[in-house]
Design a protein around this ligand. Structure first.
Ligand SMILES: Cc1cc2nc3c(=O)[nH]c(=O)nc-3n(C[C@H](O)[C@H](O)[C@H](O)COP(=O)(O)OP(=O)(O)OC[C@H]3O[C@@H](n4cnc5c(N)ncnc54)[C@H](O)[C@@H]3O)c2cc1C
Ligand code: SF4
Length: 328
């Protein structure tokens, strides 16, 4: 690992100013992804600006009935928070399905959102990779892509976004609070992460030096009936092959409203708007859930080795929605 300076920011403005003055510095949250990437030589910042004491570590109810979650909240605390568990169970389940207890104790909300892809070529500096070194090529297209994207990918990059938490946040429709060089602003999710196109090195719409200060969940009463289901190669400590975050509002056997997002399929947490549209006003039956899945998955363009993700996603969605529909 290359030598680097370490300093602790005192407030959000100072943190942003610090990165403006030293563009090759990076923010440090829990360090559970960034420090690994530094050890592997994937990134080599000159300085780390620790933002764990700048970003709020509280979860507060908002006047509008939502929740404001500081970007410094540790993943374990978020998953255990009683209001999150009661009103947004899919979020607590998504966070708990990721990493291990020790890692969740360190990992922060801000760092979780901005963790980098787990594509093996990205992490191996002896290989070309357009995301790590723009223009060097994408060996995954013809190589190992079993666990990579089936939707929204480009010839330049077929990587998937790794965060489970982000899938639940995209399903809920979350506002991300950002402090940047031009002041504070909000970015909506979905919309924070971007598809690769011909610039796969850019994971998000954030500008260099932008600091995530909080995420704000909307008031969504029917999210109390929600679930996160993750399919992975091992029972724990593994990233999603496919995952589904879903919330369902059913009255008289008919779907009044719903929220659905997929993980493990794309370069972004994939909000399934076509599936949602197909479901609203439909009977809450397995046949309709399958029809909604097909409406969304018609967009899929699987690679030679990952076509299995299409029926897998369909089955996981149908099962998750069926269970939600049967939940009192
Ligand atoms: C073995 C292992 C298994 C894992 N399994 C899973 C899994 O199954 N599912 C899953 O979702 N995750 C998994 N993870 C990833 C883990 O969730 C992330 O490493 C963690 O959430 C990152 O949070 P952090 O605070 O440690 O971020 P850091 O490593 O500190 O930072 C990550 C990135 O975010 C930037 N950053 C940090 N905070 C801010 C901020 N406030 N504003 C702007 N930029 C910021 C950093 O500069 C860096 O680029 C796993 C990790 C490991 C090591
Ligand atoms: S899929 Fe993306 S991250 Fe993986 S090797 Fe190709 S360009 Fe790099």
């Amino acid at each position: 690992m290359r030598p680097f300076a370490y300093r602790r920011a005192t407030d959000a403005r100072a943190a942003v100013a610090s990165l403006s003055e030293q563009p090759n510095a990076m923010y440090l949250g829990g360090g559970t992804n960034l420090v690994d990437l530094m050890r592997l030589g994937v990134v080599a910042p000159e300085a780390l600006v620790d933002v764990t004491r700048v970003a709020s570590d509280t979860v507060e109810e908002t006047a509008g009935g939502g929740l404001l979650i500081g970007s410094g909240v540790r993943n374990s605390d978020l998953a255990a928070h009683p209001v999150v568990r009661r009103r947004y169970p899919m979020l607590a389940q998504a966070v708990l399905s990721g990493a291990s207890g020790q890692i969740r104790n360190m990992a922060t909300v801000g760092g979780n959102l901005l963790q980098r892809t787990r594509c093996s070529y990205f992490q191996d500096v002896s290989k070309p990779c357009n995301k790590r070194r723009p223009g060097s090529g994408c060996p995954a297209v013809e190589g190992d892509h079993r666990n990579l994207a089936i939707i929204g990918h480009s010839a330049a990059c077929v990587a998937t976004h790794p965060s489970d938490m982000a899938v639940a946040l995209a399903a809920l429709g979350t506002s991300v609070h950002v402090e940047g060089r031009r002041g504070a602003r909000q970015v909506t999710m979905p919309g924070l992460h971007r598809l690769p196109g011909d610039e796969p090195d850019r994971d998000t719409v954030l500008d260099p030096g932008d600091l995530i200060t909080a995420v704000e969940l909307p008031a969504l009463p029917f999210a109390a009936r929600s679930r996160y289901r993750k399919v992975r190669d091992r029972a724990s400590f593994a990233f999603a092959v496919v995952s589904v975050a879903a919330a369902l509002d059913v009255a008289g056997g008919v779907v009044r409203d719903c929220r659905i997002a997929f993980g493990g399929l794309a370069h972004v947490p994939w909000r399934a708007e076509l599936a949602e549209e197909a479901l609203r006003g439909s009977p809450a039956t397995a046949a309709e859930f399958a029809r909604a899945a097909d409406a969304e998955l018609a967009r899929a363009r699987p690679l030679p080795e990952n076509g299995f993700k299409v029926p897998l996603t369909r089955n996981v969605l149908v099962r998750t929605l069926t269970e939600l529909a049967e939940t009192p």
